[in-house]
Ligand binder design. Sequence first.
Ligand SMILES: *Cc1c(COP(=O)(O)O)cnc(C)c1O
Length: 367
Amino acid sequence: MKTILLNPGPVTLSDRVRGALLGPDLCHREPEFSDLQARIREKLLAVYDLGGEHWAAVLLTGSGTAAVEAMIASCVPAEGALVVAENGVYGERMSAIAAAHRIPVERVAAPWGAEIELSEIERVLAREERVSHLAIVQHETTTGRLNRLEPVAALAARYGVRLLLDGVSSFGAEEIRFEEWRLDACAATANKCLHGVPGTAFVLVRRDACARAPEPPRSVYLNLAEYLAKQDALGTPFTQSVQTFYALEEALSEFLDAGGVSARRALFRERMARIRRVLEASGVRPLLGAGETSCVLHAFELPEGNSYRALHDALKRQGFIIYAGQGALSERVFRVSAMGDIDDAALDRLEACLQAALPPGGKAVRR
Ligand SMILES: *Cc1c(COP(=O)(O)O)cnc(C)c1O
C-alpha cells in the first residue's frame, strides 16, 4: 500500500517524478547539468508567466527555509529595514531570520489564524522611514490561512515599500500577481504544490532587487546575487542536488502539462472541499472559514475527547499521514493537506477511514 502524505510537504510522489530520481550520474560542472538547470529556471518562470528580462528563478539546494533566508538576507539593502507581518510560525520565522542577519526588523504580529490588521502595518510604515521591504507569508501553513495580499500590497505601494513573499506553501496553486503586488521576490520549494522532491528550493527574484544586494553579503552560502550571476552564466557556486533537480524538472513538466496553476488550484480545492465535507459531517469543526483558507491545507479542531496521537495512528495504520497543529495549537488542532499524487481510489479510502476514526456524533477515539 502506497503511503499517502496529507502533511504540508513533502508530498506523495507520482511515478513519473519518482522515476526521474534514477536519472544518470551527473557532475554539476558538465554541460548536461547546465542545460538541466537552465530548463528548470525557464519552467519556473513559466509557472506565473514571468519574463526573463525582469525576473529570474534562482535554484538552491536546501529546504524551503533556505530560500526564505536567502531572499531576506539578499534583498534588503544595507541601509534598508524590514517589516514582517506575522500570524503564524512562518511569519515569526522570517522575523527570526532578519534578526539573525542583524537586519532592522519591525514585527506586526496578529494572533495565529487571525487576519493581520492593515492599520497596524500602516502605523509602522508611517513611523519608520527606513523600511524598504515588507515580508509576508501568503499561505500561513500553521493554520491554513490565506493572507489577502492585495490590500497589503496596495498599502506597501503607497509607502514605496516592496514585498518579499514566503510563497513556500502556495507557489504553484494560489494566485500570485508578481508585478501588480510589486514583489521583489518570492521564495518557494520543490516539494509542496509543485509535487517535487525535498532538497531543491528557489527564489523568483526581480533582477533589479538582486542588484541592490548588500556588499559584502550577509551570507556566503545563501547569497542570491552570487547564485544569480553564476546561474545566468550556466554554472553554480556550489554543488547542487542533481537528482532532486531531475525530479523537479519532471514535476514541472507534469504540472505544466496538467494545466498549470489554475488546474492545480481547482484540483486542491476539490480535494479539500471533499475532506472538509466528510469531517464536518462527523462534527469536526474547521478552524477557519472556507473563504479564509488556502486551497492547499485546512486546519480542523480536534473534537472533544479525541487525542491527536490516536487519530494520527489510526489513519497511519490505513496508510494516511495527517499533521499535528504547531505550538499552542498542537493539542487542539490537526491539519490535512491536499497536495501530492492522490488518486480517486485513495480519496475514497481516506473518506471511509476518516468516518471510521471520527464517527458522526463523536464517539471518541481515545488515547
Ligand atoms: C514548509 C514551509 C516553509 C519551509 O519549511 P522547510 O521545512 O524549510 O521546507 C516556509 N514557509 C511556509 C509557509 C511553509 O509552509
